[in-house]
Write a protein that binds this ligand. Structure first.
Ligand SMILES: [Zn+2]
Length: 421
């Protein structure tokens, strides 16, 4: 059986579908879906057979993040006691975390699947509740991960590695007015990432300057692989522009990062996709975690930083493939599901302001309501979670009604996320 449902929708046509956001996106349907999904999450996560976990990826912290996102949305913040719900889910995340047997110290730095993610989201929720001392204490806890990133963190990817830690640092700077994570901390982690990538690439003779492995596999996708690691490097203060020049990056670092980013253009296939691993990849997936729906963020960021059309063209090819083959049977989530692929269109809409991308995102939302999807999609293992389940879907729906600020959780490419000197 195919991994995806056939796309039943026509291409965008201005004269049929209109040019206003309000005609392209069915707002009433989005609001109803958010209400329904949120009610389901609140009910199901209280049941005795609900599988508890603490982290952002598929645990309570991820649901806390969703309620926090609702609390910052003009459309939804008055529909629920959002921050109170966020606070109780993050509290439950800590209770689960503290009841676990003592973990490897690298968990302190792990973001999507570890402690630094819980601390970051908790710090922002505390800030928004007016508990500023508590927020500062949690940021101090988040910063304990910096030391681990320098020393004994074994991974560089997004779920438990340094790129994930950086994505948390950037998100804290985006979400809090004080931008609490200093440029020196960000650059320090980036420096370690560069050093490790050069070392691994040289030792294994890869034809690009930076390469990494996770559990001995040279992944390329956003969850475990190279594209998100490079994306997080491009977000750093190294790329702060002073006049026409980057301020704070050596020529050798710039060349190594840029050559590694450009390598993605060489390995993009004719359809627009990428292998899951550099060598021995036996499949091509169209997910955020593996394949073009994750690589598209790197291409968009590279386009914004280097201002070269080749990156935009490559991103357009990703988006066209996602439109054709992105209605995944795996479920509604953002890691490997319909909402995650829908997010790629919201990215392209912000990047190009072309209505066809907003239309495509809206159609992916509508597909969630069809009998084809409801009867034919698989139920994820963690059906209410941020990355596999409905909490992530709700984030996508919230962003569909605020497309000018929409971004995949912790993968924004537009804001400046460091302190501008
Ligand atoms: Zn996935």
């Amino acid at each position: 059986m195919s991994r995806f449902f056939d796309n039943p929708y026509d291409e965008y046509n201005e004269s049929i579908h209109g040019t206003e956001t309000t005609t392209i996106v069915n707002k009433d349907l989005v609001v109803q879906l958010v209400k329904d999904f949120t009610a389901t999450i609140l009910t199901e996560t209280k049941k005795s057979n609900y599988k508890l976990r603490d982290d952002l990826y598929v645990g309570e912290a991820g649901i806390a993040f969703m309620f926090w996102k609702l609390s910052r949305s003009r459309e939804f913040k008055h529909l629920f006691p959002c921050l109170e719900h966020a606070s109780s889910y993050i509290q439950r995340a800590y209770e689960i975390s503290e009841s676990k047997p003592s973990e490897d110290s690298s968990s302190i730095a792990a973001f999507l699947c570890g402690k630094s993610g819980i601390n970051a989201v908790s710090a922002v929720i505390s800030h928004d509740l007016g508990n500023h001392d508590e927020s500062r204490r949690l940021i101090a806890d988040f910063l304990k991960g910096h030391v681990i990133c320098n020393d004994n963190c074994k991974a560089d990817e997004m779920l438990v590695g340094r790129a994930g830690y950086l994505s948390g640092a950037y998100w804290l700077n985006q979400s809090l007015p004080t931008k609490p994570i200093k440029n020196e901390v960000i650059q320090d982690v980036c420096q370690t990432i560069i050093k490790r990538g050069r070392g691994y690439s040289r030792a294994r003779r890869y034809p690009l300057p930076l390469m990494y492995a996770y559990h001995e596999s040279d992944y390329l996708g956003a969850a475990h692989g190279l594209c998100a690691i490079l994306h997080m490097l491009l977000e750093s203060p190294w790329f702060m522009k002073i006049g026409c020049e980057f301020n704070n990056i050596s020529v050798t670092k710039l060349n190594d990062i840029k050559a590694s980013v450009e390598h993605f253009l060489l390995i993009q296939d004719a359809d627009g996709n990428f292998p899951t691993k550099y060598y021995n990849s036996n499949k091509k997936l169209i997910h955020w975690c593996h394949g073009c729906a994750g690589v598209i963020y790197l291409l968009a960021k590279a386009y914004l930083i280097f201002n070269e059309d080749k990156y935009l063209e490559a991103a357009r090819k990703c988006a066209d493939l996602i439109w054709g083959q992105g209605l995944l049977r795996k479920g509604p989530g953002i890691c490997h599901g319909v909402a995650g692929n829908g997010y790629a269109f919201l990215l392209m809409f912000r990047l190009t302001r072309e209505n066809k991308y907003l239309y495509r995102a809206a159609k992916f939302m509508e597909f969630l309501t069809t009998d084809t999807f409801k009867n034919g999609a698989r139920k994820p293992d963690r059906p209410y979670s941020l990355y596999e389940g409905l909490a992530g879907t709700v984030c996508f729906l919230v962003d569909l009604l605020q497309p000018s600020v929409a971004h995949f959780p912790f993968m924004d490419v537009f804001d400046v996320k460091y302190n501008e000197i």
